[in-house]
Every structure is written in C-alpha cells, then in structure tokens.
Design a protein around this ligand. Sequence first.
Ligand SMILES: Cc1ncc(COP(=O)(O)O)c(C=O)c1O
Length: 367
Amino acid sequence: MTSIWELANARLRHLAVYEPGKPIEETARELGVESGAIVKLASNENPLGPSPKAIQAMRAASEHAHLYPDGGGFYLRKAIAGKLGLALENIILGNGSNEVIEFLGHAFLDLDDDVVTSQYAFIVYRLIAISFGARTIETPSPSFEQDLEAMLDAITPKTRLVFIANPNNPTGMLISQREIDSFMSRAPENVIVVFDEAYFEFLDNPPDTVQFVRDRRNVVVLRTFSKIHGLAGLRVGYGFARPDLIEVLQKTKQPFNVNNVAHAAALAALDDEDHQRETKRVVDAGRAYLYEQLADMKIQFVPGVANFVMVNVGDGAVVFEKLLRRKVIVRPLKGYGLREWIRISVGTMEQNLQCVAALKEVRRTGG
Ligand SMILES: Cc1ncc(COP(=O)(O)O)c(C=O)c1O
C-alpha cells in the first residue's frame, strides 16, 4: 500500500502537532478520581471562570443555536472598536486569536518566505510558518528577553511577518514602550509587524500599539477573550489593523468562524469591568505568592508579568509527571527546548497553595 505521505503535503511531515495543556477529565480518568479533585494550572486560563454576565448572555444566546451567527460580527466588532477608539473596519474576529495568526499565514506567507520571531516565542508562530512553507528565523534570547534590535537585524528581503508576543508566553517577559518605539521607528515598510497581546489586560503599564494602527503602519495587534475574560473554551479572539489590511485578512476567513454563543458572551464580558478587575487582583496576589514561595524554596523562576510563571525544576518532564500524580497539572516546556522548565498558571489562592504543597512534597520526597 502506498504511504499516505506520497499524497500528503510534504511540509506536514515534520510539523509537530501543537500539544495543549493536559485536560482535567483525562487526568481524572487516569488517576481514578473525580475531576473536581484536579487542579489545572496548565493553559493560562482564568481561575475565576467566565464573568457572570457572560454566562447569562450565553444562556440567552443558546436559544438561537439553530441560527447561523452574524458572520460580519457587527456588534462585537463595534464594541471592541469602541473600547480601542477605532472603527469596526479595523477589527477582525477569530476562533481564538490563534485563528487570526493562521489568517496572517494565509494572507502573507508563501513558499520560502521568512518569518522573524524570538527564540522561546509562542510556538504557534513557528507551526503556522511551517505549514505555509516559510522559514522561521528565531533571534537568540539567552536571558529570556526578546531582543528587538536582533529581530530588526534578522529581517531579510524575504521577511513578510515579524511576530512579537508581548508579554511572551511561556516566558512572561514584557518589552518596554521605548524598545517598541525604537523598533517601529526602523521597521521596514514592507514587513507586517504582529504584536500578540494575549495577556494585555494583566499589565500594570500596558504598551500602546494602537498608535501604529492609527498611523496606518503595517501592524496587526492580537488580543483574546481566552485569558482575562475567562472564555478560552468558547474560542474568541481578535486582531486590529488598518482597514485595508483587515480586508485582506477577511478574505481568508470562513464565513461563520465565531459562533453566536461566543459572540454574546464576549460582548457581555467586554463590559464586565468588575470581573476583569477582580481577575487581575487575584492573579497579582497569586503571582506574588508563587514568587515568594519559589524564592523561599530557592527555585529559579523568570519574573514575568502575565498570569503564569516559568520555573526551573531541573527536569520539566519528570516534575510534570510527579505533580500530575499529586493531581496538579502544569505545563512541561520541552516543545520550546526548555527541558529544565515548567510553566505554572496562576490559579485561585487555594489552587496556588495546593500546587506549592505538591511541589514541596516532590522536592522533599523526590518521588
Ligand atoms: C501569546 C499567545 N498568543 C495567542 C494565544 C492564543 O489564544 P487564543 O487562541 O485562545 O485566543 C495564546 C494562548 O495561550 C498565547 O499565549
């Protein structure tokens, strides 16, 4: 029988499948416990859940599940634009911001083009580049900071997209406004600069990248409802850019990529500032607690600013398994070439305590 690889797109042969955080249900099944006993700190989700207003909106919207959603996303795009001081034409909705990354690949990448990003940048940029036959140039990041000067130098005549995650996942490191402005003052006009701001709402001093969209630069900014808004399971994210750039991206989009329950929930969540504030408060307190405990245990960590922390545990895969046996799911980072490290999402204080207790036990008993 002929191998399917004689028929399949050869680029997919070496494309690793994205490995998501281990699901709660799977872990509960494997350990033979109730899913309520599992603490999942593996996917940077909102520990408080969705906003109560979003839940109410979802219930109401589910009554209309027999109807196709508004493919134009009128109300949600208008509401997002209103918050940003932009117009509806500046906004595109995605099935998660991941889908907008894919639109960028469809719209701008061809065989043998280059994508520039940083070592340890969010892995999806590389996966998308591979699937479109583009080469990924990753600039070194020995201290986990993204070096925008090096990224500028790495741009070639074949570079179409530059991906800058700010703050980055899994490092949590933030790039300053000064560095961004300096980069943008020299970025060539013929590349698209993508600022991925999935964790924007957790920042005390958020960068201003909307200015570049207003100035009609070749910039796309990505944000999501998966993190502070607590709607990761619904899959809603968005990008904003100048209208003609958005028009190009729209051509790559399936007509009904965001469902109507997600539209309603996102619209309600966007206005629930109490929930966003409370989430940030819980995350700030939880992150400070984790930092204090890790310092106490003399465990190295990267002092990030998002809702997770990258921790050097010696052997990430082994500690991941040991924590799993103690009903705590974290994220091993070997896919990033960070074999010594795990990433722990900030949970509720109760979850953080449970995670720290498990980590202490693993270190004490070694088992
Ligand atoms: C930096 C970054 N960008 C994008 C995403 C994708 O988020 P979503 O597709 O859920 O909007 C994530 C999710 O973890 C992320 O960490």
